[in-house]
Design a binder for this molecule. Structure first.
Ligand code: NAP
Length: 326
């Protein structure tokens, strides 16, 4: 019997390829440049499965171009690149990779937090410029992190891991999320549920961990920056459009906040030109989950999700399991 066909928009990693090649006739996009939309639509047309990255949109147009498609498996926990209701209408299962990147992403939110508070990137640039005159008492004074107040917006898997790391810094942790977590978790993480308004007013660091949705689009804009402390920093490892980038530039310009450390951007790979020259901003190229171990686990999970469907099983991370019973 012939194997189902899968299109994979990157060569992934050997461990994930082994799963795919055992279960599918595999077509990989192997070129360095990203696949164009036209080529993606062409290559997916005769496929039963698609394994893609967050940079490829699985929307009505793609689903219409791939009439045999039964599963879209994204190698990411965020799935704002997939139109899940459209998948469901067409009986296509959508899957993501939750859980395996929580710790690595939380570590990186902390990397950004520490680096912006202690002006690490500015210091590195100064030293490399050859103009550093040696130690002095008032050089590159940052803000302390320990015993400060950390405000976490979105208290899911990653947000909670960020909170866990704050315990070692004896921080006060405030959180706001769509739903309040059980008291036992609040106690374990010493986290206090507060209205968003209070979180902005009281936090020294505001870190974002919500998914991108119509509700969270531009969750951070001018009114929110105006409520923040003038000494506070914004950390974003969630999704770019959660922050109104033009409003952030304006807030930094007006010194409404002290700085920002970003991993994600509103119009990737573009970055608002007003952010580029600023010393009070750290710009990382969307690498929060980028450890070898974690990216391998994500790819394996995505491959496993796709393979499961054709073994007659429910994909472990189905976002719309109802698509299976339609
Ligand atoms: P998660 O476990 O689903 O947590 C998200 C949290 O946000 C949940 O507690 C959710 O509340 C809350 N939330 C959803 N909509 C909200 C709203 N409108 N207002 C307030 N809170 C809201 O997801 P996760 O695994 O922690 O991942 C979070 C996001 O991080 C992902 O969606 C992804 O976009 C991003 N991410 C980025 C990177 C990177 O490379 N930079 C890496 C990993 C993840 P409920 O509990 O009520 O659903």
């Amino acid at each position: 019997m012939s194997k189902p066909k899968v299109f994979v928009t990157r060569p992934l990693f050997p461990a994930a390829r082994a799963i795919l090649e055992q279960n599918f006739e595999v077509d990989y996009w192997t070129q360095f440049e990203r696949i164009s939309r036209t080529e993606l639509l062409r290559r997916v047309a005769d496929k039963d499965a698609l394994v893609c990255l967050l940079t490829e949109k699985a929307d009505e147009e793609l689903l219409a171009a791939a009439s045999k498609l039964r599963i879209v498996s994204t190698v990411s926990v965020g799935y704002d690149n997939i139109d899940v209701p459209a998948c469901t209408r067409r009986k296509v299962v959508a899957t993501n990779t939750p859980g395996v990147l929580d710790e690595t992403t939380a570590d990186f939110a902390w990397t950004l937090l520490m680096a912006i508070a202690r002006r690490l990137v500015e210091g590195d640039a100064w030293l490399r410029s050859g103009t550093w005159p040696g130690w002095d008492l008032d050089q590159l004074l940052g803000g302390d992190v320990w015993e400060k107040t950390l405000g976490i917006i979105g208290f899911g898997r990653i947000g909670r891991e960020v909170a866990r790391r704050a315990l070692g810094f004896r921080m006060r942790v405030l959180y706001y999320s769509r739903s309040r977590v059980p008291a036992a978790i609040e106690k374990e993480l010493r986290a206090e549920y507060v209205p968003l308004e209070s979180l902005f007013r009281e936090s020294d660091f505001v870190t974002l961990h919500v998914p991108l949705s119509p509700e969270t689009h531009h969750l951070m804009s001018t009114p929110q920056f105006e409520k923040m402390k003038r000494t506070a920093y914004l950390i974003n490892t969630a999704r770019g459009p959660v922050v109104d980038e033009a409003a952030l530039v304006d807030a930094l310009e007006r010194k409404l906040i002290a700085g920002a450390a970003l991993d994600v951007y509103e119009h990737e790979p573009k970055v608002h030109p007003g952010l580029i020259p600023r010393k009070d901003v750290i710009l990382a190229p969307h690498i929060a989950s980028a450890s070898i171990e974690t990216r391998t686990k994500m790819a394996v999970m995505a491959a496993t999700n796709a393979a499961a469907l054709f073994e007659g099983k429910r994909p472990p991370n189905a976002l719309n399991p109802e698509a299976l019973s339609l």
